[in-house]
Ligand binder design. Structure first.
Ligand SMILES: *[C@@H]1O[C@H](CO)[C@@H](O)[C@H](O)[C@H]1NC(C)=O
Length: 429
């Protein structure tokens, strides 16, 4: 009784206060004016913020939202909607923890990937990626309109679907054992869990980053996948190659030890391009910050723009409308516009080596690449120039008319290793 009494007393005083307050406002035009001004300012700021957000397309990441995302996925795991070998570990909350946004300084360098986060697993940081369906997403199950039941393919049908999907999209014929190790379907005796596991597997397989990492596991050219839970997957975090981005604003000077490091990284990148060439992969958005080292091997961490050459050829020559060559490009992968047809009908014209020479090694006058310093010999600079813009027949790739040739790559490689050896002898002599 006393509680409700005091509550109602409290309410009465509150309403009395409110009344005096509103009376004050009613009778004070100055206050009313201030209030209106404040409201207007807040509204204008809000509108500006929203428009700015939409125009800049900047992606804001909040640690809290990642925690929320993970806990949502764990709830789905507990209610048997999703499966995955990593779910128990992820949802227990002690082995995998400290979910957070990508480091701020890195976020500036990459084209933001809104589905990539960091987490800690035991003593190491790992990358958490969310395979969010994109525009090309294909449904696996269908719902019949009569009984409103969801129908899934059988396991054999599913294996066939995945095999055809990979053959069509990547122009790759997978051996049977590779396909089976990729699928790893769980709970074959439980109808509900089996369908959930099939749906998760299908979501992951349609994610380029997951698929390439898994298919080329033993080649060690992409970040290794550590585990999956639903459509989340965990990969290793690469050690980024460290460069001082600001050094050129003041001087072209570089320490000998740093210069040696630049040469070494360049050689590792050339080795990486060799791997790409052997597996017929094309990189379409190449950034220095995308390279990272794992167990002293160079890898590239952002696989959103890496795919097979066949797939890029098809993408570039899809016949879309164009006015200039730029309309037929896909990030750094370039092609020509057929100006009579006004259609993109050509395949890829440049290649990985040309892109890396132009963007990473040579750079531009305002942002020189890692091989353009006061210590760069002229011979190296000339090779870089030819590699970024191949003109002579010997410098042009036999397959790609805007690409740099294998012979040029060999020259660059020899030049770099000889500089490296000279530096080594000069440092230790
Ligand atoms: C454009 O396409 C037409 C028809 O395929 C072809 O004959 C012509 O040579 C092409 N032109 C260019 C500039 O590629």
């Amino acid at each position: 009784m006393t509680i409700s009494d005091s509550a109602s007393g409290c309410l009465k005083t509150l309403s009395a206060r409110l009344k005096t307050m509103t009376r004050k406002f009613r009778f004070s035009p100055r206050r009313r004016y201030y209030c209106a001004m404040m409201c207007a300012t807040v509204m204008v700021l809000l509108v500006v913020a929203v428009i700015g957000y939409l125009l800049t397309g900047v992606y804001y990441c909040f640690d809290v939202l990642i925690e929320w995302k993970v806990s949502k996925i764990c709830n789905q795991y507990y209610s048997n909607e999703i499966t995955g070998y990593m779910c128990p570990e992820l949802c227990a909350g002690d082995t995998i923890s400290e979910f957070q946004c990508p480091y701020r300084n890195q976020a500036v360098l990459y084209p933001a990937n809104p589905n990539r986060f960091l987490a800690r697993k035991a003593q190491q940081y790992v990358v958490l990626k969310h395979a969010v369906p994109d525009v090309n997403y294909e449904q696996l199950s269908w719902i019949d309109s009569h009984r409103h039941e969801e129908h899934f393919p059988t396991e054999t049908e599913y294996v066939g679907i995945v095999r055809r999907y990979i053959a069509l999209r990547y122009d790759l014929q997978l051996p049977f054992d590779k396909l089976n190790s990729l699928l790893k379907l769980k709970n074959k005796n439980n109808h509900v869990l089996f369908h959930a596991s099939m749906r998760n597997s299908w979501n992951l397989i349609q994610n380029n980053e997951y698929l390439l990492s898994r298919l080329y596991e033993e080649k060690e050219i992409f970040p290794q996948v550590i585990g999956t839970c639903g459509d989340l997957f965990l990969t290793e975090l690469l050690e980024t190659v460290e460069f001082d981005e600001r050094r050129y604003h003041f001087t072209n000077h570089i320490d000998l030890s740093k210069w040696r490091y630049h040469i070494k990284v360049a050689v590792l990148i050339l080795d990486y391009l060799e791997e790409m060439a052997q597996n017929r992969f094309q990189m379409c958005s190449v950034l220095l910050a995308g390279f990272g080292i794992s167990d002293s091997r160079m890898k590239y961490h952002d696989l959103r723009y890496i795919t097979t050459e066949a797939s890029i050829d098809r993408k570039l020559s899809d016949g879309r409308w164009c006015e200039s060559d730029a309309d037929c490009a896909y990030y750094d992968c370039r092609s020509r516009c057929n100006t009579t047809l006004r259609q993109c009908t050509n395949r890829l014209l440049n290649n990985n080596l040309q892109i890396v020479c132009e963007k990473i090694f040579r750079g531009t006058a305002s942002a020189p690449g890692i091989l353009v310093t006061e210590k760069s010999p002229n011979r190296l600079l000339r090779i870089l120039e030819r590699c970024a813009k191949p003109v002579s027949k010997a410098d042009i790739d036999s397959q790609r008319p805007w690409g740099a040739s294998k012979m040029l790559k060999k020259q660059l490689y020899n030049e770099l290793t000889s500089i490296y050896e000279q530096l080594a002898s000069s440092i230790y002599s």
